[in-house]
Design a binder for this molecule. Structure first.
Ligand SMILES: Cc1cc2nc3c(=O)[nH]c(=O)nc-3n(C[C@H](O)[C@H](O)[C@H](O)COP(=O)(O)O)c2cc1C
Length: 455
């Protein structure tokens, strides 16, 4: 990549639910309440597009948080991320209200079928003119398993082994129509050339899927692949498949080292590291003066409820924290058994300096459900831009996944105050260069079958 023209990727980290990534955001006085309407999401899409964001990305979970105390009542009462709408109608609604913004959604390899995911995202890519992206996740907990008829969520590494095959099936289907397969010759009565439509005939360890696929090759060749694995196994998976990699890097030093390691892993797998963009999740609180930004951040922080963190820790670590005394250390066996987000467990061990942390350490060092979970940039537009510039130019990242402290105000503030400053510094594009998400990310349209060699 031309170093002089290296510019950051900006992604908005959205939720199809009653709050932003910050669970207390629904308690914010300025948070919009019409989150069950298409207008809410379309308004956010237009704000992001006016600010030239590359992508609006929705995370997902297939259950509400009910691991803590084996109950959902407190999560529902306190609004701790309990609403989760299906993403595809939202992405479609936003796509129809925008023309350039990329739109990404999360679908699980553990609880969906590859044919279904391939069909859904290829269709979406057609309907929104080549702007679709799929975030590949393996899901986290037993509550999700229970909603899909399973006893328990499968083990961490096994989920990734299965996910590898899942992605092979999806990509195989996406490649099964050649670009010029549709002929539409009414005079000869030929709709499409059968020699250019192929059956996948996949029979593997986990999946069988025959084909032929029912959606012609999509405008981007295939939707952009997002991945956010952070454990050793997760990073290998991300480096194999991901084009946009999302991470949580707690500090700048950690980020610089992890960035190098992940790019090295991409190279080891025979891929071009410049075609894989790495973006850590962050919060920004920006104000016209430093004091105004600090006041805003203090107000946002005071909205947190003590249960937010415990409920969300239980959700992501697939463990009921109500079973454990606040200062009782986790045994080695208990730590090994935390099968959800291993990155969260590893972060707590690393940052606390304790091989056997307690619940109190998990609350303090995970920062789950608080603004401490991710790096925060609080200040004036130029102070926030200074922080982002330092991360970007010192190769700690290729861009950012901006989580909102409240909706949609956090994005409106960022768009109005920070984006012009980043553009003035030449760190962020002035406008979209193409019509597809791939074009705007500088990713070439993949040739059919290319990923087989990549793998
Ligand atoms: C920015 C970001 C967004 C994520 N979105 C989701 C999501 O929507 N659903 C989900 O189940 N996991 C999500 N994850 C979790 C990752 O897919 C992954 O499981 C996690 O980072 C831990 O890595 P590991 O699976 O290698 O242990 C997200 C992670 C990050 C950093």
């Amino acid at each position: 990549m031309d170093v002089a023209r290296r510019q950051m990727v900006l992604v908005a980290f959205l939720q199809a639910q009653n709050c932003s990534n910050y669970p207390a955001s629904w308690r914010h006085a300025e948070t919009a309440t019409d989150f069950l309407s298409p207008e809410y999401f379309q308004r956010i899409g237009r704000t992001l597009e006016d600010a030239k964001f590359h992508l609006a990305f929705f995370d997902d979970r297939l259950a509400m948080p009910d691991r803590y105390g084996d109950d959902f009542a407190e999560s529902v009462r306190h609004g701790i991320r309990v609403v989760k709408l299906d993403l595809i109608p939202l992405l479609t609604a936003m796509g129809l209200a925008t023309r350039h913004l990329g739109l990404g959604g999360t679908y699980s390899t553990t609880y969906a079928e590859p044919f279904h995911v391939a069909r859904t995202f290829a269709t979406l890519d057609h309907m929104i003119g080549g702007r679709a992206a799929w975030n590949i996740v393996t899901s986290l907990n037993d509550s999700e398993a229970a909603n899909f008829g399973a006893e328990a969520h499968p083990d961490h590494d096994e989920r990734y082994d299965r996910a590898d095959e899942f992605v092979e099936v999806v990509l195989g289907h996406w490649d099964s129509w050649e670009d010029n397969a549709i002929v539409l010759d009414r005079a000869r009565g030929v709709f499409a050339d059968p020699a250019k439509v192929h059956r996948l005939d996949h029979r593997g360890k986990w999946f069988r899927s025959r084909g032929p696929f029912t959606v012609p090759r999509s405008p981007q060749g295939r939707p952009v692949l997002i991945q956010a694995g952070q454990s050793g196994r997760g990073r290998r998976f991300a480096a194999r498949w991901g084009e946009l990699l999302f991470v949580i890097f707690p500090t700048l030093d950690f980020a610089r080292q992890a960035y190098r390691e992940i790019k090295d892993e991409v190279v080891r797998l025979g891929r071009d590291p410049d075609l894989v963009r790495l973006a850590p999740a962050i919060y920004c609180v920006v104000g016209e003066t430093h004091a105004m930004a600090e006041d805003k951040a203090a107000y946002i922080e005071h909205l947190a409820h003590p249960l937010d963190t415990l409920v969300l820790l239980s959700e992501v670590l697939n463990y009921d924290f109500a079973k454990k005394g606040l200062d009782e250390p986790f045994t080695d066996r208990e730590l090994a058994g935390l099968s959800g987000l291993q990155a969260t467990r590893d972060r707590v061990v690393r940052l606390s300096g304790k091989p056997n942390p307690s619940t109190r350490d998990f609350i303090q060092w995970s920062g789950r459900g608080t603004l401490r979970e991710m790096p925060r940039f609080v200040g004036t537009p130029s102070e926030v831009a200074d922080g982002l510039e330092e991360w970007f130019t010192s190769r700690a990242c290729d861009g950012f996944v901006l989580a909102a402290t409240h909706m949609p105000g956090a994005y409106e503030d960022f768009a109005r105050l920070v984006v012009p400053e980043l553009q003035r510094r030449g760190l962020f594009h002035q406008d979209y260069v193409g019509t597809t998400l791939r074009e705007n990310l500088g990713l070439p349209r993949p040739r059919r079958g290319e990923w087989v060699r990549e793998a």
